[in-house]
Design a protein around this ligand. Structure first.
Ligand code: CTP
Ligand code: MG
Length: 247
C-alpha cells in the first residue's frame, strides 16, 4: 500500500501530453491521430507504455475539443485516464500533474512521455528507471554543432560548439510528482518561454537532471517524413524482433 512515507518501490505514473495541434505535420488532424501501420500513432505510444514494468497508470492530456481519444481501444483500459490539456505543452503536463497530486503522494515518480514518440525502447525505459530520481532520455549530438547569429537577415556561423557535451532532450523525463509540479508552476509564472520540457523547469529550480542516452528510434514524429521512418521501423521490428531494442 502507498503511504506518504513509503511509496510502493519502483511504481510510477506516466503523463502523456497529447493536446497539440501538430502544425508542423500539416495534416488535416492532430498528428497523434494519424494512422501508423494501420492504427493511430497515439495507440502505438499508449500500447507501448502499458507494457512498461511497474506502471501504476497513465494520464493523457487531450485538447478541450478532442473527440477521438475516447473512441480508442486503449482509452478503455482502466489504467488510462484523461484530463484536458492547455495552450502550451507545459500547461498540458501541469494539468495532468494536478490530477495526480489529488491521488498520490508527492514522492511518487512521474515519467512524462510525448504522445508523438511511439518507438521508445523498453531497454531505454529500464535505464531511465534505474537512473537518479530526476533523469531524461536524450540523444547525444551526432552532427557537428554550429551556433549562429543573424547578419543582414541571414543566419551565419558564430562558432562551432564542442559536440561531446551537446545532448538533444527527448522523453520520457522522470521526476518526483511534487517537485516537478512545483517547478513547472514556478517556471510557467516566471519564465514561460524558457519552459520547453520538464528538465528546463527543474533546471530553473536549481536541479541537474541526469542524461540517459537513448537509442535512435526515440525520435519525435514532427514532420511528414518522420511518419514514413516510423512505419519502416515498425515493419522492420515486426520481422526482426531480435533487433527491437537496437534501432
Ligand atoms: N502537446 C500538448 N499540449 C500542447 C502542445 C503540445 O499536450 N498545448 C503535446 C503534443 O500533442 C505532443 C507533445 O506535446 O505529443 C510534443 O509536442 P510537439 O511535438 O510540439 O507537438 P505539437 O505541438 O502537436 O506539434 P507542432 O508544434 O508541430 O504544432
Ligand atoms: Mg508543439
Amino acid at each position: 500500500m502507498t503511504t506518504a512515507e513509503s511509496p510502493v518501490e519502483n511504481a510510477y505514473w506516466v503523463v502523456v501530453p497529447a493536446a497539440g495541434a501538430g502544425k508542423r505535420m500539416g495534416a488535416d488532424k492532430p498528428k497523434q491521430y494519424l494512422p501508423l501501420n494501420g492504427k493511430p500513432l497515439i495507440a502505438h505510444t499508449l500500447g507501448n507504455i502499458l507494457g512498461w514494468p511497474g506502471l501504476k497508470g497513465i494520464v493523457v492530456a487531450i485538447a478541450a475539443d478532442d473527440t477521438e481519444f475516447s473512441t480508442l481501444d486503449c482509452a478503455q483500459d482502466p489504467r488510462v485516464q484523461s484530463v484536458t490539456g492547455g495552450v502550451e505543452r507545459a500547461d498540458s503536463v501541469l494539468a495532468a500533474l494536478e490530477y495526480l497530486s489529488e491521488r498520490d503522494v508527492p514522492e511518487i515518480p512521474v515519467l512524462v512521455h510525448d504522445a508523438a514518440r511511439p518507438l521508445v525502447s523498453t531497454d531505454d525505459i529500464q535505464k531511465l528507471l534505474a537512473a537518479g530520481p530526476m533523469a531524461l532520455l536524450a540523444q547525444p549530438a551526432s552532427d557537428t554543432v554550429k551556433q549562429s547569429h543573424s547578419e543582414d537577415g541571414r543566419e551565419e556561423v558564430a562558432q562551432t560548439l564542442p559536440r561531446n557535451r551537446i545532448w538533444l532532450a527527448q522523453t520520457p523525463q522522470k521526476a518526483p510528482l511534487g517537485k516537478l509540479r512545483e517547478a513547472l508552476q514556478r517556471g510557467l509564472k516566471e519564465r514561460p518561454n524558457a519552459i520547453t520540457d520538464e528538465a528546463s523547469a527543474l533546471e530553473l529550480a536549481g536541479f541537474h537532471p541526469e542524461l540517459v542516452a537513448a537509442c535512435r528510434s526515440n525520435f519525435k514524429i514532427t514532420h511528414p517524413a518522420d511518419l514514413i521512418l516510423a512505419e519502416a521501423l515498425l515493419q522492420h521490428r515486426a520481422v526482426t524482433s531480435s533487433l527491437e531494442n537496437n534501432l
